[in-house]
Design a protein around this ligand. Sequence first.
Ligand code: FE2
Ligand code: FE2
Length: 221
Amino acid sequence: MLDLATIKNDAEVAAIMDMTAHTIEALGYTEHTRRHSGIVSRWAGMVLRTLGRDETQVNLAEIAGYLHDIGNCINRQDHAMSGAVMAYRILTRLGMSYHDAAQVMAAIGNHDEQFGLPVSDVCAALILADKADVHKSRVRNPIDNVLNANIHDRVNLAAERSTLETDKDSMTVTLNIHIDTQICSVMDYFEIYFGRMQLCRRAAEYLGCKFSLIINGTSLV
Ligand SMILES: [Fe+2]
Ligand SMILES: [Fe+2]
């Protein structure tokens, strides 16, 4: 089994991750560095491990989580598709079986809310982990006045904590977000994240779970 450390230490992966962070910052999008990749990798693996999936599936989810945004190195547009193809080529070069690499490719190719749908357990875990990482440290535009910031940055700036919890007994995946309502309203959050939350619900259902969204202690979904 190809381990995550081998991928993290690979020179080609490192160069692509560096260029991804640079490109996305130049385009003015929220942070897509190793911080985001690392969190998504950990959370995606945790979702499947908690639900009792085997270690191979957990490993594939962690790898898909780490590599899921490398398509941004080329362009934000269609980054799920480009990243999927890039990851497949890298993983097979590193010795992953075609079968496992194809699973990672399908998961990455379907992680984005525009065209993506949960097509496998690995993909569903990746979707949930990716959409759960909302945090103010991801805002990259210089903000002189928070209230003048664009709605995407405002929603991210307002997010003080977000956690993803999976409970096997109740078969529930819970996204718990704490937002500063002085910066953005819960309505602002929904305006931006409605599509993402629908995809999260589908992903949880794919895994046989309910999806629960809690904002500032109030259950909304
Ligand atoms: Fe993405
Ligand atoms: Fe992402």
